[in-house]
Structure formats: structure tokens, C-alpha cells
Design a protein around this ligand. Structure first.
Ligand SMILES: C[S@@+](CC[C@H](N)C(=O)[O-])C[C@H]1O[C@@H](n2cnc3c(N)ncnc32)[C@H](O)[C@@H]1O
Length: 392
């Protein structure tokens, strides 16, 4: 029986590869001799020499990738199941199969309806296609980015560039975070507005990357929540939903990734706070309307000549606010980068704060000391994120 179940699993792998139904395979529960090895993730790729299987070996502290022909790959999976991996999860467009091997050598196979209805987009295709395709795209049309022929409306070109850039950034952060290789993730988008970015990131994670992503938009304006839920239904995005309310008042669902783009003023602090409390691995914000810190700022002697100009004071207040947020995120255990999100002559709301949770223990003392020094330098009494984090 044990061999039967194992053989059936391997036969299903062969058949899915031969029939173009293979989506991906995960090997888990490693009990073999190789130090630090945890999982192997197998997915199809197209290289110069043709179709291959990419094997990503995940060790405790590093990844290694090897590509094999499909026949070699299938043999390798057989070998890996014989030499230490006790769990296999095969995704095909016909069915999902899960194989569990016990320590005594017994095998159990279970079959469930398929998670994915189309084969994974191969790396080769991924490089060619943009993160967000416009052709036949239901949500871009429903949200007014494209016309009925799938062409980008003239006034929406910048928006589409912003959407693509955002998805690329989230993809890069995802890959560099502890979430890389996960089969299921939850993402919360705070201040989702009309949902352009929420739809795009849902589509990308689920339909391009083959990750089962549960995505929730949180938005204060009820008419936008209604619109977005309606578009999600029309697009067939079953794991995407929008909730009405102010982020600070809501109990949010679990979040592995939290994003908040142009959430007004201190809604960015509320969003970051929720992300930290949820233990999110990735927190991405593009703050806007920095109102809290500016009226509190006292120009230090040497900067009086600069900060007496309202325009320069406003810029300084933005930089200081975002620096304080970055320092608090570092103190909370994140690696943080602050960079220009999109270059645009039309908006200055283009600073992005991207935080990825560290997997080593970081000492918060230095970031907290810098935070306090910066606050003191400008005479700032109160900063919302600090207040929220102190209440944890
Ligand atoms: C400038 S729009 C950005 C929309 C979207 N994130 C984007 O970048 O395209 C900001 C949105 O955040 C919402 N918002 C502001 N404060 C909020 C809060 N405290 N809780 C939830 N939503 C909020 C607003 O209603 C608005 O729709």
C-alpha cells in the first residue's frame, strides 16, 4: 500500500509534466542528513535550451537553485522522497495531491480539487510580460484604466506605470522576505481607495506567481468599498474582499504583508502599527499629507535660515516624519529602505518606506537612540507611531 501511494504520487507527477498540467511541487518534512535543508520547491521554467524544472533548495539561512530537464527532475523527486523528505504536495490543473510518509515507511496519499486552474506562468514568459497585463483585464477596464478594447486610456498611463512599479516592488520584497516560497499568504491594503493596487497585487500573486493569496482592502469610504467588492466579484477574484472602516478602529485579518499607499496623514502610522502587531513580514507604505509633525517642529539655531521658508519647512517635516517611522520600524525588528517610488512630475507623494522583518534578533537600542535624538533636535513632542507602539 505504501509503495502504491508513493508510486501513484510519482505517476501523477509524470503525467502532469507530460500533459502540460504541472503547476508546482513542494517537498517538506525533511529528515535526511543534509544540514539545514528544510524544503525543495519545484516549478517549471523555460530556458534557452527549452523547458526545465527549477529546484529551489531552501536551507535555514540560504537558498540554492538547480535546473534539470523534466525527466531528470522527475527522477530527482523520486530520489528526494527516498532520501529524507517525508512530505510532498503536488499541484496540477486537474487535482492537488498530498503525500505523507511516516517514520515507519508507511505512505498516505490524499487528492483534493485543484487550487490552480491554469499552469504557472513560466519564468521565460514572466520576463516578457509586465507585472500587470492589460489585455482582457476585467478589473482594469472596470476601474477605468483601459477602454473596452483593452487599450490604456490616455489619462491613465501614469496610473498604470505606478501600478506596475508597485507590483514589481512588492514582488522583490516578497522574494527577499521570510515569505519567499510560501504557498499561502495574507495581504492587507490599508486605505485601498479605488483598489487599483489591491487588484493588481492580488492578480499578480495568485495568477502570475501561483501563490494562494488572501487579500483584504480596508477603506474609509463606503462607496469605494462597494465598488471594489463588485469589481472583485466580476473579475472572479474569490479571495479578494474590501472592508469599510477606519484602520485605527478595525480588527484587521491576519497580515503577512501590509501595504498602505498614500493613506492620509497619520493613517500611515496606524497602518504600520497594525502591521507590526500582526507580525507582518513585509510592510510597505508610501506616506502622504504629513500634518502631524510640522506644527511641532522648532527650527534648530543652524537651520533657521532654511526652515523660515514654509515650503522648505514642509519638505523637512516630511523627511523627518518618514525618518522617524523608519527608525521605529528598525527598532521593531525590520530592515528598512526609504526610496523614490515613482518619478513623476505630477506628484511628490512618491517616497516609499519598505520594511522586511529580520530573521535574526536585532538590538533596538541604536535605532531608538537615533529616534529620540531626532525628535529632540527638532523639539517634536509627539509622534503617532511611537505612541501606538508604546501601548503594545
Ligand atoms: C489617496 S487615496 C490612495 C488610494 C490607494 N491606496 C492608491 O494609492 O491608489 C487614500 C485613501 O485612504 C483612505 N483613508 C484615509 N484615511 C483612512 C483611514 N484612517 N482608514 C481607512 N482608510 C483611510 C481614503 O478614504 C482614501 O480613499
Amino acid at each position: 500500500m505504501a509503495d502504491d501511494d508513493r508510486e501513484q504520487f510519482l505517476a501523477a507527477l509524470d503525467e502532469s509534466l507530460a500533459g502540460g498540467r504541472f503547476v508546482k511541487l513542494t517537498l517538506s518534512k525533511y529528515r535526511g542528513p543534509e544540514a539545514g535543508l528544510k524544503n525543495v520547491y519545484v516549478r517549471p521554467v523555460t530556458l534557452k535550451g527549452g523547458g526545465r524544472l527549477s529546484f529551489l533548495y531552501r536551507y535555514r539561512t540560504r537558498d540554492a537553485v538547480k535546473n534539470h530537464t523534466r525527466a531528470q527532475g522527475a527522477r530527482l523527486v523520486r530520489g528526494l522522497l527516498a532520501s529524507g523528505f517525508a512530505g510532498g504536495h503536488l499541484f496540477t490543473t486537474a487535482e492537488d495531491l498530498r503525500l505523507d510518509l511516516s517514520r515507519k515507511g508507511d505512505a498516505r496519499l490524499s487528492r483534493t480539487p485543484p487550487t490552480f486552474s491554469t499552469p504557472a506562468a513560466e519564468e521565460h514568459d514572466r520576463r516578457k510580460r509586465r507585472a500587470v497585463e492589460t489585455e482582457g483585464n476585467v478589473y482594469l477596464h472596470a476601474l477605468g484604466v483601459t477602454n473596452e478594447r483593452g487599450e490604456v486610456r490616455p489619462a491613465m498611463g501614469d496610473k498604470l506605470r505606478q501600478i506596475n512599479k508597485f507590483v514589481e516592488i512588492v514582488a522583490g520584497l516578497y522574494d527577499s522576505s521570510p515569505l519567499a516560497g510560501r504557498e499561502e499568504v495574507a495581504l492587507v491594503d490599508v486605505g485601498s481607495g479605488k483598489g487599483y493596487l489591491t487588484f493588481a497585487v492580488y492578480d499578480y500573486l495568485n495568477n502570475v506567481r501561483g501563490v494562494r493569496a488572501e487579500v483584504t482592502g480596508v477603506e474609509a469610504r463606503p462607496e469605494l468599498v462597494e465598488l471594489c467588492n463588485d469589481v472583485a466579484r466580476r473579475a472572479g477574484f474569490e479571495r479578494l474582499s474590501f472592508r469599510k472602516g477606519f484602520v485605527q478602529e478595525l480588527e484587521l485579518p491576519a497580515a503577512d504583508l501590509l501595504v498602505a499607499l498614500h493613506a492620509c496623514d497619520t493613517a500611515t502610522d496606524d497602518a504600520i502599527h497594525k502591521g507590526v502587531v500582526a507580525g507582518a513580514s513585509v510592510i510597505v507604505t508610501a506616506p502622504c499629507c504629513h500634518k502631524e509633525v510640522r506644527p511641532q517642529m522648532r527650527a534648530p539655531e543652524a537651520l533657521r535660515g532654511v526652515l523660515r521658508h514654509g515650503h522648505l519647512l514642509e519638505r523637512e517635516a516630511e523627511s523627518v516624519t518618514d525618518s522617524l517611522r523608519a527608525l521605529l520600524l528598525e527598532a521593531a525588528g525590520y530592515r528598512v529602505k526609504v526610496f523614490e517610488f515613482v518619478t513623476s512630475e505630477h506628484t511628490r507623494k512618491n517616497t516609499m518606506i519598505a520594511a522586511v522583518r529580520r530573521d535574526d534578533a536585532a538590538d533596538p537600542a541604536s535605532a531608538l537612540a537615533d529616534f529620540r535624538a531626532l525628535k529632540e533636535f527638532y523639539g517634536i513632542r509627539e509622534q503617532r507611531l511611537e505612541k501606538l507602539l508604546c501601548e503594545i
